[in-house]
Each structure stands twice: as C-alpha cells, then as structure tokens.
Design a protein around this ligand. Structure first.
Ligand SMILES: [Zn+2]
Length: 178
C-alpha cells in the first residue's frame, strides 16, 4: 500500500531463495518433492524430512518476506511430528494468497550422492506443480552429486537449494473503482 491507501503497482515480481539440509540415516524411504523413493535411506527429521519441499517453502516465504518454514512449523511441536510437507507447502501457498502473491516458476537443485533420483523428477514436478497451481513445465528439479566431497559426498546428508519467482496479482485501485 502507498500513502494514499491504494495498492502499489511498483513491485509486481519478487524473487526468493531457500536452502535446506538433512542428515541421512540407514533404512526407510527417502521423501523428496512429495515422492517416496525406496532408497533404503531416510532423512532424519521431526517432520517427514522432505528436504526439497522445505527449501521450496523457504524460497516462497522468502520472496514474500515471511518467516521461514521452521518458524511457521516449529520442530519442537508434537503436532508437527511426521508432518506431511505437502501440507506445509499448501499452508505456505495459502499465506501467499493472502498477500495476493502466486508462483510464476520455481527451480531447485538437489545435492545427493546416492541413490540416483532422476527417474523420479517427473513425479516430483507434477506433485509440486499441483500444490503451487502451476504447470509442470514451470517447475524445474535437478540433482547433482558432491563428487565424494564433504558430508553430502560421503552420503551422510542431502541438501537442496531452491529459487522461485512470485508475481503479485494486480488489484483495482480503489480510486478507480467508481
Ligand atoms: Zn527440512
């Protein structure tokens, strides 16, 4: 809002960056982008540990200048134990809607030594696109290894970086409504 109480049209696009990291442990399934990968490893987390959706949620929240997902869904609350991160993402989309913001496109890179997950990208993109109200063509997900370096390279962690673009839906200026 500007000083006249009318909707500002100065900023219509906003960019956001999110990053998340989780330790990996033996057993179970790896959940990334809302898709369960039978990998024999899982993310250590209070929630379902969906590192991709957490980084994406933080990118969206960052673009909207809102607190990050760890503030909105604290990991010391029992109600968040095992929480489905798709629910969290849907909650974030609701918050954006209240600010008249919607996603234009998102781009994520997953750093993971193993397993190979490229065969799951289409399902992940479909899953994310559905929650964000986007076409799968507007959701980019890719992965790299860490070339054996550091905790990611040693297979002890997964890290995701995500960037997003939001647009502000234009409102009719009140002074022009009559
Ligand atoms: Zn996380």
């Amino acid at each position: 809002m500007n000083q006249m109480g009318t909707e500002s049209a100065e900023v219509t696009l906003r960019v956001g960056l999110g990053r998340d990291v989780h330790r990996l442990a033996e057993g179970g399934d790896l959940i990334l982008g809302g898709v369960s990968v039978a990998a024999g490893i899982h993310c250590v987390a209070h929630s379902d540990g969906d590192c991709l959706l957490h980084a994406l949620a933080d990118a969206l929240l960052g673009a909207a200048s809102l607190p990050n997902v760890g503030v909105l869904f604290p990991n010391d609350l029992e109600e968040n134990r095992g929480r489905n991160s798709l629910e969290m993402l849907a909650g974030v989309v609701d918050l954006l809607g209240k600010k008249n913001l919607e996603a234009v496109n998102v781009d994520a890179v997953i750093q993971l030594e193993r397993p190979k997950i490229s065969g799951f990208f289409t399902a992940m993109k479909d899953c994310v696109a559905k929650v964000l109200g986007l076409s799968a063509a507007d959701v980019s997900i890719k992965a790299t290894t860490a070339e054996g370096l550091g905790p990611i390279g040693e297979g002890r962690a997964v890290e995701v970086f995500c960037i997003c673009l939001l647009r502000k839906r234009r409102r009719i200026c009140p002074s022009h409504e009559q």
